[in-house]
Design a protein around this ligand. Structure first.
Ligand code: ATP
Length: 186
């Protein structure tokens, strides 16, 4: 089985990678990182484009046989509704059943999703949560997996770059080099 891990990945950081590796391990699945097409910071100078976010993901997952990048949302209309994405994948890969990985924040927002009633037909939902989280499985969430909590966010990575500070060990080396070479987030 394959799992989908969606996000803006602006940029992908070690928090994402630890979560994905833990879920790959616990669930026995491969993980496809699913960058959303929206550019949350598109008005900021030196923001990463969707293509650049996908390229950074490709660098970050290289060498991990359980990881890959799923670019389907980059070709779909915005906003990237997950149900619409899952339908596009089902059309492209009939018979493939996916596990949708959701952080506690996204899992809590699930009832408000566009066409959420179609979700159970399209994917199994696994939520991941930090140790000690209150999150429980319920109708839409089949399982909750505890993952190590690394206190890293993409926002903090971008802020550090803007301040000229180091992001070494917060993102993988190839991603750090890419950010520097493309002068992102300055
Ligand atoms: P931003 O700071 O720009 O909001 P982010 O670091 O939260 O970004 P996203 O691309 O939005 O990154 O994250 C995708 C998913 O990964 C979300 O469900 C988010 O909860 C989860 N996630 C992000 N950072 C971590 C982390 N350090 N530990 C565990 N989960 C994380």
């Amino acid at each position: 089985m394959e799992a989908l891990f969606g996000g803006s990945f602006d940029p992908v950081h070690l928090g994402h990678l630890v979560v994905a590796e833990t879920l790959a391990d616990v669930l026995g699945v491969t993980v496809r990182f699913l960058p959303a097409r929206e550019q949350p910071f598109k008005h900021a100078a030196h923001a990463a484009s969707p293509e650049q976010r996908a390229e950074m993901l490709a660098l970050a997952v290289a060498g991990n046989p359980r990881f890959r990048v799923e670019r389907v949302e980059l070709e779909l209309p915005t906003p990237s509704y997950t149900v619409r994405t899952l339908r596009a994948l089902a059309g492209r890969e009939p018979g493939n059943r996916f596990v949708l990985l959701l952080g506690a924040d996204a899992a809590g927002d699930l009832p408000n999703w566009y066409e959420v009633e179609a979700l159970p037909h399209l994917a199994d939902v696994v939520a991941f949560a930090r140790p000690g989280s209150e999150l429980r499985a319920h109708g839409l969430i089949g399982r909750v997996v505890t993952v190590p909590a690394l206190d890293i966010s993409a926002t903090a990575v971008r802020e550090r770059v803007a301040q000229g500070r180091s992001i070494r060990y917060l993102v993988s080396d190839p991603v750090r080099e890419y950010i520097g070479a493309h002068r992102l987030y300055r």
